[in-house]
Design a protein. Sequence first.
Length: 60
Amino acid sequence: MTEQRKGHSVDLKREEGQLIKILMQKGVDLHLSRYPGQTHGQIFPSSLMDTLHIMSGSEK
C-alpha cells in the first residue's frame, strides 16, 4: 500500500494495514489516497485539495 523508501520500516505495509483495520473497526470514514513520486512536503497541496473535496461532498 505505501511506497517504501530508504530508511523506512520494512514493516511499514503491515503497520499501515493494522492501522487501517483499527480505524475501520472504530467507524472512521477513511479515504486512502496515493501520491506517487511526491515527497512528504509536496503531498500537502494535493492532499489538502482532496480533503476539501471530500469534506464538501464534491469528491472528484
